[in-house]
Design a protein around this ligand. Structure first.
Ligand SMILES: [Zn+2]
Length: 275
């Protein structure tokens, strides 16, 4: 039986923090979601543009979905109507066992959810990652008038103009991700997702079809805040990583080069769930 640290909140075996700086390589528009003639960038109370932690979580989950499927893993999208517990017809049984039999609830969750449900959370289960809001201290805001294009068929909507506000190329966003009880392979999984962002395979925010949303890591660090620094196998499924992994204060390029053993752990792992 695999130790279920990856879903446990009551035992802290390992806390790993990723911290870095992202540079906008294209305009970035993470909007407020309000409709109207002006699409504004989400800002904090002092007017600084931000990428909220919830956006990061969505970007990581959807990018992770593609990476996990490429490896042949079964993953859900995490939506209300497509999540592992519901797809397995177990959502009600799980909720009942949460109230009556915690051990059974853990077994149900462990055996019947995918890596994304475990890492990012699902209905009634908290995830094992926490993304902080990325509030820029070094930015330039700009606007651009554009013709509104119908989402349905791509036609121009009556020649209407919308004004888009965006954080311009060169703006910098801090990035902080805390992870709890992630085995080596799951740390590798997070790094593979970050590498996809860095390599412009993933866009963040709106107006992707107009080439918005590309960022790269100017700096990136990984630090074990709690637990064994040498990153031993965390559970039965997990993989050993060879050599010492000093991943502090690196450029993005160096970081992804040196973090290869963790990415390999994800590529080579055979995980025992969902059973
Ligand atoms: Zn799932």
């Amino acid at each position: 039986m695999v130790e279920m640290y990856l879903i446990r909140k009551d035992v802290v075996k390992r806390v790993v923090k990723f911290e870095g700086v992202l540079r906008a390589d294209s305009p970035i528009l993470v909007g407020t979601g309000e409709r109207g003639p002006i699409k504004e960038v989400m800002k904090d109370l002092e007017g600084r543009p931000m990428i909220p932690g919830s956006s990061w979580k969505g970007v990581f989950r959807s990018s992770g979905e593609r990476i996990a499927r490429r490896k042949g893993l079964k993953v859900c999208s995490g939506l209300t109507n497509d999540n592992c517990l519901k797809n397995g017809g177990l959502d009600k049984v799980f909720l009942n066992s949460l109230r009556s039999d915690m051990d059974q609830a853990k077994r149900i969750a462990w055996n019947n959810t995918c890596i994304n449900c475990k890492v990012f959370g699902t209905i009634s289960i908290l995830g094992q990652v926490r993304f902080l809001d990325s509030i820029s201290q070094d930015f330039k805001l700009n606007t651009r008038a554009m013709t509104a294009i119908s989402r349905k068929d791509g036609s121009v909507v009556g020649g209407a103009l919308v004004t888009l506000e965006y954080a311009d190329v060169g703006s910098r966003f801090p990035f902080t991700l805390f992870t709890y009880n992630l085995p080596n392979y799951a740390l590798g999984y997070m790094i593979l997702i970050m590498e996809e962002i860095h390599n412009h395979l993933v866009q963040v925010g709106g107006n992707k079809s107009r080439g918005f949303g590309f960022l790269s890591f100017e700096k990136l660090s990984m630090e074990v805040l709690s637990g064994d620094q040498s990153l031993p196998k965390l559970d039965e499924d997990d993989m050993e990583v060879k050599g010492s992994l000093d991943l502090r204060n690196l450029s993005g390029k160096e970081f992804f080069e040196r973090a290869k053993p963790l990415m390999e752990a994800f590529r080579n792992v055979k995980i025992s769930y969902p059973s």
